[in-house]
Design a binder for this molecule. Structure first.
Ligand SMILES: [Zn+2]
Length: 161
């Protein structure tokens, strides 16, 4: 079975940056299970996997535009410390979920602290980076009706709920 929209796909993968450092990997855990065509994984990786089948291995370099986007200085903002009430102690590197301009969830990272100023960065931590994936397709099957309705895959390597 070939990978196409609405297939449930399991992959083993290793993600490295331009410097060859491993950023993420499924090694030592369950393969990643995702619903193809549903935006569960970055668009560049979906494109590369389209038409592949179980057992196929590929190495692909994905430009930021097809990964987590270019780094945007406009997504850096200075907020007042009072906006973080309920947080015991703010630290550089802390991450929060916030609703982004398109209504979707966005992760913001504290870049700097200066008195009452909290400098936050809404860029994805991997924004502006070319990503290198080594992927092996483990399995491809039809997604279940319930998985299609939820927009993700259930079971090992997917969602449990
Ligand atoms: Zn679900």
């Amino acid at each position: 079975m070939l990978i196409a929209a609405n297939k449930a796909v399991s992959i083993d993968y290793t993600l490295t940056n331009d410097a060859g450092e491993v950023i993420d990997s499924s090694a030592g855990g369950a393969p990643l299970a995702y619903l193809h065509g549903a935006g569960n994984i970055i668009v560049g990786l979906e494109k590369a996997l389209e038409g592949k089948q179980a057992g196929d291995e590929l190495t692909v370099a994905i430009e930021p535009v097809d990964a987590y986007g270019e780094y945007s200085a406009e997504l850096v903002a200075t907020l007042n410390r009072s906006m973080f009430e309920g947080v015991d102690e703010l630290e550089v590197g802390m991450q929060f979920h916030a609703s982004g301009p398109d209504g979707g969830m966005q992760i913001v990272t504290i870049r700097d602290l200066d008195g009452d100023d909290v400098i936050v960065d809404g860029n994805h931590p991997l924004a502006g980076q070319r990503l290198h994936f080594q992927v092996k397709v483990v399995s491809v099957r039809e997604a279940l009706a319930e998985e299609l309705a939820h927009g993700h895959i259930h079971g090992e390597g997917g969602h449990h709920h």
